[in-house]
Design a protein around this ligand. Structure first.
Ligand code: IVH
Length: 697
């Protein structure tokens, strides 16, 4: 998986983006991106959350499905939540799924495991309650827990029976399935909409959603919506003990079920079925976006249960990313906040899976060399699999005769500074990313830093987005963070005040100045995060804020460590803070060691007040406010555990012994720190003494 320069910020950004797309998709029926792109966003988020669970947000979209209901319709709480499905993107993911299930169920090699496969319908999911065979209620998925009451509209759908016929209809059953529009009906609907000047829908799914969520049921009634039943929620009794058996009963009761099913215990047969469906896809007459595999035995399903938002007993095998061929006109190099040079392919616009693509990521210089991608090449681009479209390969037959390998610049294209690939501590393996060394003299870096500075989780200045920053920078109005706060004063005496410019009005300018003023007092953690120091994301900023309380204290600590060396107390004191490691200490030292940065901070501090970090009140303990040093080998606790425990109890854990140390906890083979403690007369405890001290705290 691609690593992240700032996983915390990326997680925050992805979460916000996914929530926005959820709202667009579920509430407004107006998605801006394809399902494949959406899946890619979700996949990237869960990769990052798995790698950095500490940054996972309580309200993460990975813990929810869809969006909360909107309110025009009444709400219905699902008795059994409506969940989503995990995704498989290739054959391996499917075999892994089967293996996972077998392991979970502890099945032996010879034990059969039947799986039912059927098309994954690209419509909108619905839960329909039948009581004593009669349709009494229907609800959309909503956020999975609570959906909208669309009973009246669902009752207008001809394919959905009002009464279930036949044997073994349970007293209560929530039938779940997908409402969709067939291709021919979608085309007719859109033609009629266009003729009457109504809304033209982007695809059948949106049209189905828009049709179902009409407040006037008579409009829904005119839309030829269709339905496939494929699952259930609450049920007083089930008519069979397998997935396929229940589906067959649904069919006998009069519900439409998909005829394209396969039950098999052989994964290769399931994969063959997948390919068969994929080849029929275009001719089915309705949209599908993959195949769903479900463990057939219901007692197995029960045992397998759920993980977060998806069942362990089912998985969706999505169809591959869509590809197209086009010409790569140019390779552009973009420069990010930390100076990273990112190559971007400028493409001859091409439609890939319904979306026009004109840019694609090329990742980094090694990737370009590996694929030998050249300007002028004809390339295969793919959407899905990653957030941004990708260049998969070059069509060599079509390479122009005069083409030459792409030379990745060694100088920053924006400021001309050297761009270098840092090597690791041993001088080996250069970083894949080439970075501009221009820092604050590089316009691109400065702009990106300013954008970061005003962003939502930093200073959060409303009305001062990326575009405005570009404009204010390009017109010389804002070159550094402090300039943001002097903008109004300078504007008052300017020959060309903002209100005289196109696109600015008195009210909007007034609002902007007010928004800026509202941020003159900023919490320490946001301030630190806003500075855009490498490796300091929101969590690290909070850790530092918590440890130092004020900006002055933090700055003094870093100043003391500048030039002092890794072994110094000053360096170690920062390194010892919970959550902080050498990468961060080095980044702090680099940042505060730079004269430019110091000047900018001083200027900024003329304009804003940094509010000290307010600790959430923790209970007083015998070690609250005490400074503790752990040394030697502990036996009952690991050093990290001891450290974390001490900090939880309000102690400050330090790496070196000084007069200010309250306790030295010495394990076996404690060395110089113990000697120091004795020399300074600091209280020395052994591990048991420490545990006794904090017992009951
Ligand atoms: S089974 C516990 N079968 O796809 C969920 N779902 O992306 C069991 N979907 O939430 C769902 N066709 O809304 C199932 N044949 C099918 C499906 C299907 C479409 C939807 C369903 C699900 C979503 C997951």
């Amino acid at each position: 998986m691609p690593t992240s320069e700032d996983p915390e910020a990326e997680i925050a950004r992805l979460s916000a983006e996914i929530s926005r797309h959820d709202a667009l998709y579920y509430r407004e029926d107006a998605p801006e991106i394809s399902d494949a792109e959406y899946d890619a966003l979700r996949r990237r988020l869960s990769q990052l959350e798995d790698a950095h669970p500490e940054f996972k947000r309580a309200e993460s979209p990975s813990a929810t499905v869809g969006a909360p209901p909107v309110g025009a319709f009444g709400k219905i709480r699902h008795e059994v939540p409506m969940l989503s499905l995990g995704n498989a993107f290739d054959d391996q993911d499917v075999t892994d799924f089967v293996q996972r299930v077998r392991r979970f169920l502890n099945l032996g090699e010879g034990d059969p495991l039947d799986v039912m496969a059927e098309p994954k319908i690209d419509g909108l999911s619905i839960s329909i309650r039948y009581e004593n065979g009669s349709l009494v209620q229907a609800a959309t998925r909503g956020d999975g827990a609570e959906g909208e009451n669309v009973t009246a509209n669902v009752k207008t759908i001809k394919e959905i029976p009002h009464v279930l016929e036949g044997k073994a209809v349970p007293e209560i059953i929530d039938i779940r399935g997908e409402i969709y529009l067939a291709h021919k009906d979608f085309e007719k609907l859109n033609a009629a909409q266009a003729a009457s000047g109504g809304k033209v829908f982007a695809n059948p799914r949106n049209a189905a959603a828009g049709s179902l969520r009409q407040l006037d049921s008579s409009i829904t009634a005119k839309r030829p919506l269709r339905f496939f039943a494929y699952a259930w929620g609450a049920a007083s009794k089930l008519p069979a003990d397998t997935q396929a058996g229940v589906a067959a009963a649904f069919g006998r009761w009069g519900l439409p079920i998909n005829p394209l099913v396969r039950v098999s215990g052989d994964p290769s047969e399931l994969l063959a079925f997948y390919r068969e469906i994929e080849s029929k896809r275009a001719k089915l007459g309705y949209d599908i976006d993959g195949v769903v595999y479900k463990v057939n035995r219901l007692d197995y399903q029960e045992r397998l249960g759920f993980v977060s938002r998806s069942p362990r007993w089912a998985i969706a095998h999505k169809f591959a990313a869509e590809r197209a061929t086009t010409v790569l006109n140019k390779i552009d190099i973009q420069v990010g906040r930390t100076g990273a040079l990112t190559p971007v392919a400028k493409l001859e616009p091409v439609t890939v899976g319904g979306v026009v693509v004109s840019n694609a990521t090329l990742h980094n210089e090694d990737e370009i060399a590996r694929k030998d991608i050249r300007e002028g090449d004809t390339v295969v681009v793919q959407r899905a699999g990653d957030v941004i479209p990708q260049v998969v390969e070059v069509v060599l037959d079509k390479r122009p005769k005069n083409s030459h390998p792409f030379k990745f610049p060694k100088l920053c294209p924006i400021c001309g500074s050297h761009a270098v690939r840092e090597s690791d501590e041993d001088g080996n393996a250069a970083d894949v990313v080439r970075r501009c060394t221009g820092g604050l003299i590089c316009a691109a870096q400065v702009k990106e830093r300013l954008k970061h500075f005003v962003s939502r989780n930093a200073f959060d200045i409303e009305g001062l987005g990326a575009e405005k920053i570009e404009f204010f920078f390009d017109t010389g109005r804002i070159k550094s963070p402090a300039d943001i706060f002097t903008l109004e004063k300078r504007d008052q005496i300017s020959d060309e005040p903002l209100i005289t410019l196109r696109g600015f009005k008195e009210t909007s300018v007034g609002k902007l100045f007010a928004a800026i003023d509202a941020r003159r007092n900023v919490p320490l953690d946001r301030f630190l995060y806003a500075l855009g120091i490498r490796h300091i994301g929101e969590t690290t900023a909070k850790d530092l804020a918590k440890a130092y309380g004020t900006f002055e204290a933090l700055r003094a600590a870093v100043d003391a460590a500048i030039g002092a060396g890794k072994e110094s107390d000053a360096y170690q004191d920062i390194d010892n803070i919970e959550g902080i490691g050498e990468t961060v200490v080095d980044a702090l030292i680099d940042f505060f060691g730079e004269a430019h940065n110091r000047e900018q901070i001083d200027a900024l501090l003329h304009e804003v007040t940094v509010a000290p970090f307010v600790r959430t009140q923790t209970k007083e303990s015998p070690v609250t406010g005490k400074t503790v040093v752990f040394t030697g080998t502990l036996t009952k606790l690991t050093r990290n555990e001891a450290k974390a425990q001490a900090e939880r109890l309000g102690a400050k854990v330090s790496g070196s012994v000084s007069k200010k140390t309250d306790y030295v906890v010495a394990g076996a083979e404690a060395g110089s720190k113990l000697d120091n403690a004795r020399a300074l007369g600091v209280t020395v405890l052994d591990e048991d003494g420490w545990l006794a001290l904090i017992r009951g705290a």
